[in-house]
Design a protein around this ligand. Structure first.
Ligand SMILES: NC(=O)c1ccc[n+]([C@@H]2O[C@H](COP(=O)([O-])OP(=O)(O)OC[C@H]3O[C@@H](n4cnc5c(N)ncnc54)[C@H](OP(=O)(O)O)[C@@H]3O)[C@@H](O)[C@H]2O)c1
Length: 216
């Protein structure tokens, strides 16, 4: 059993991951910004904690993360202004990494996206540019940290029913269901030996566990 803290706990991926992790016997704490979201989170078996990552210092985050064996970042500004995207997807994420590094030796799991990389190729005048920059910077910070980390790179998310099957290490981004992203998060929590890996994936033909075990 691991103590898992999910930042961005009311997100669509996070709620699915929380249910899987809670059902598997993990102790999940999910951060929500809005106290009205607490019942949704608690219905998945998690304990809700009201925190707004965008407006917390790393010391405040460290206090809130104390005792976590695994930290999952699944928050995102969701394509708001460039300023808020930077503030959440980059700066708050980095503060959470700095905080995690002070609470022991947790595994930090970043929900990034398939194409995240410093040379992402998104033009500066594209609406997606701030997000691409922010995610690349957060991922690079994590890889350069002393934390044990896994960066997840799901392709375009859908709300279709999960298939339980993915493809990893492929060149082209496709689609993946949020159910299957949650299944990948749950597998990673149980397989900390995946630390140090960036896992880009689409839905595919291989059962999630088999696809990820092949990487370990
Ligand atoms: N959309 C795609 O196709 C795609 C593809 C690949 C990867 N991704 C990544 O996958 C992540 C998870 O996806 P999703 O569908 O679960 O996203 P989502 O439903 O939009 O969830 C994001 C969560 O982040 C929370 N959040 C926003 N600002 C916050 C703050 N200041 N402090 C704490 N939490 C905050 C939101 O809280 P509220 O509920 O209060 O708004 C929301 O619950 C995304 O953030 C994105 O980076 C997305």
């Amino acid at each position: 059993m691991a103590a898992v803290t999910i930042i961005g706990g009311h997100g669509k991926v996070a709620l699915r991951a929380s249910r899987l992790l809670s059902d598997a016997g993990h102790e999940v704490t999910s951060w929500v910004r809005n106290p009205d979201h607490a019942p949704d989170v608690e219905a998945t078996g998690a304990t809700a904690a009201v925190h707004d990552a965008e407006h917390m210092t790393s010391d405040e985050m460290a206090e809130a993360l104390a005792g976590a064996d695994v930290v999952v970042w699944s928050a995102g500004a969701g394509g708001g202004s460039a300023e808020r995207t930077r503030a959440v997807d980059h700066e708050a994420a980095v503060r959470s990494m700095e905080a995690a590094a002070t609470i022991g030796d947790p595994l930090y799991v970043m929900v990034s996206y398939f194409g995240a990389k410093p040379d992402h190729g998104v033009p500066q005048d594209n609406a997606f540019f701030a997000y691409a920059e922010a995610k690349a910077a957060a991922d690079e910070h994590l890889r350069g940290s002393d934390l044990r980390w896994v960066v997840l790179g799901p392709s375009t998310l859908s709300d279709s029913a999960g298939t339980g099957r993915i493809e990893v290490d492929v060149a082209d981004s496709g689609e993946v269901t949020r159910d299957d992203v949650a299944a990948v998060i749950a597998h990673v929590v149980d397989h900390p030996d995946l630390a140090g890996r960036t896992i880009r994936f689409n839905n595919g033909d291989t059962p999630v566990a088999e696809a990820l075990d092949a990487l370990a």
